[in-house]
Ligand binder design. Structure first.
Ligand SMILES: C[S@@+](CC[C@H](N)C(=O)[O-])C[C@H]1O[C@@H](n2cnc3c(N)ncnc32)[C@H](O)[C@@H]1O
Length: 210
């Protein structure tokens, strides 16, 4: 999607799709998210927060700045925040230009977003900028398979996939982009998303410390 102008049909459909798939996705990603997400309250920014499937992992009363340019996600995001007792502030801006001051957040969350943003390197620079020294980025992202049949399928479907999912790339090397950002340390685990959605089978989860 072009950051501030989601397609009125696909923008809505994506919100509904991820609401319907939330249980399925969560079941497969929960153990990775539990391992890396912050456990103490503090100020958190979430890039591309979507319908808010990650809010359930945060302690109640956590302040979350949701950087979410697609307005069709906002209602469900607000409802998820109310359900999980999260203090939510929605910023309808792209991750490439976050309207938060330098070193102003303790943690940043990013799940299935660096695949979709227009400029992942710029989003990662913005994440690094808003994190306080010692603050942590926690991420789960689907990435390019190294080679073989999954990579071939990712290549085959990339155009229709990008169109349907508002800019989502099946074949980004997100681990390399995170490592190139200048974090003090980066810890990445590769895993398989066991699902019929083959193009998103190869995943990474991890943390990066500012
Ligand atoms: C695949 S959805 C993932 C949503 C949620 N993080 C999750 O795990 O279900 C991609 C999200 O990234 C958002 N997004 C797209 N372009 C963006 C950008 N440039 N900056 C920030 N978020 C963006 C979309 O609006 C959408 O909420």
């Amino acid at each position: 999607m072009s950051a501030l102008t989601p397609n009125p049909v696909r923008g809505r459909l994506n919100s509904v799709f991820f609401a319907l798939m939330s249980g399925y996705i969560n079941q497969r990603l929960a153990r990775h998210k539990r391992k890396i997400f912050p456990r103490t309250t503090g100020v958190v920014a979430e890039i591309g927060a979507g319908n808010g499937p990650n809010l359930r992992y945060l302690p109640p009363k956590t302040t979350v700045h949701a950087i979410e340019p697609n307005p069709y996600f906002h209602k469900r995001l607000e409802r998820a925040a109310a359900r999980h007792d999260i203090d939510l502030i929605i910023h309808p801006v792209p991750g490439e230009a976050i309207d938060l001051p330098d070193a102003s957040v303790d943690a940043v969350l990013c799940t299935w977003v660096l695949c979709t943003v227009d400029d992942p390197a710029q989003v990662l620079r913005e994440i690094h900028r808003i994190l306080r020294p010692g603050g942590q980025l926690a991420f789960v992202e689907h990435v390019a398979a190294p080679h073989g049949p999954v990579r071939r399928i990712q290549r085959l479907v990339r155009r229709p996939w990008r169109w349907a999912f508002e800019g989502c790339h099946t074949d980004r090397d997100t681990a390399a982009a995170i490592r190139a950002t200048g974090f003090a340390s980066v810890d990445i685990t590769n895993f398989r998303f066991r699902s019929t959605f083959v193009p998103v089978r190869t995943q990474i989860a991890g943390t990066a410390l500012r």
